[in-house]
Design a protein around this ligand. Sequence first.
Ligand code: FAD
Length: 304
Amino acid sequence: MATGNGDTQAGPKTATASGIEVSFEFFPPKTEKMEETLWQSVKRLEPLHPRFVSVTYGAGGSTRERTHATVKRIVDETSLKPAAHLTCVEATREEIDDVIREYWEAGVRHIVALRGDPPSGIGEKYVPFDGGYANAAELAAGISKIAPFEISVGCYPEKHPESASYDADLDLLKAKIDGGATRAISQFFVEPDVFLRYVDRARSAGIEIPIVPGIMPVGNVAGYLRMSEATGAGVPDWFRERFEGLDDDPETRRLVALAVAAEQVQKLADQGMRQFHIYTLNRAETAVALCHILGVRPNKPLAA
Ligand code: FAD
């Protein structure tokens, strides 16, 4: 079984005494109320010294603008290091290259390079945009040519639904690394063993970059089941049973979701994982609790 994320770049500034590091993912808010919630969460999570915080990117002009605005505000108003997600969807190489240059000029030094999903919907056939980057490997290579960004990419413990096999999937991860990626962040998953087996397979295939588990505490089970169907993430029976009968009880659902995610991170930490990427859904509470369990505490003296 895997014995660690494989991070050779852990910096002492963000590591806890146990060497555990976290990163948080946010999505750009759509309304003023959501904006307020996001910034309250950012401020609450900032003293945990995450290695970076990432902001997702959607298709369509207004979503893109919101990502840029959120990333820019993180640079201007916090001590956090933002990682801007960027996709290849519905844009030419020139348009994407301009975005990359703008990020560099704004002080952003980390991009999460993704292909993106088909604009017609997940599960539909992906058709690369005319004159655009065809996939995340090409995008990573394009970013590397423009400036020395840190580049993270997505990876899939249960393989990407479009990949013909696990081996083909790992070949594509290798192509992203050849393009300049130095970290892979995983799609969400339920069973820690699924992630650990994936890390083992990647290591056997010669992949050495850090592979960071994406931890998704599940607040909305129906939404999660829909997403898992589309992304190919497995949902074991025990997981469904944990949430049975809680459709009209969001408070208990939230607590059960925290318990499930807590088991996940504990098991992964016991197996030597030292980096965790938490999908916050813009709420701080669960992320703070998971960090606490992992020994990542606000303003805890940093390891030497
Ligand atoms: P790629 O790795 O480029 O490719 C996906 C699949 O396409 C491959 O697995 C393979 O099956 C096929 N493929 C690609 N290239 C080739 C090739 N040369 N030959 C044959 N087959 C090929 N989406 C967003 O829209 N915005 C976000 O902010 C966002 N953030 C994400 C963050 C993480 C951590 C993850 C894991 C996913 C995120 N996604 C996001 C979703 C992502 O865009 C989708 O999963 C998408 O379907 C694949 O993106 P990718 O970068 O992994 O693609």
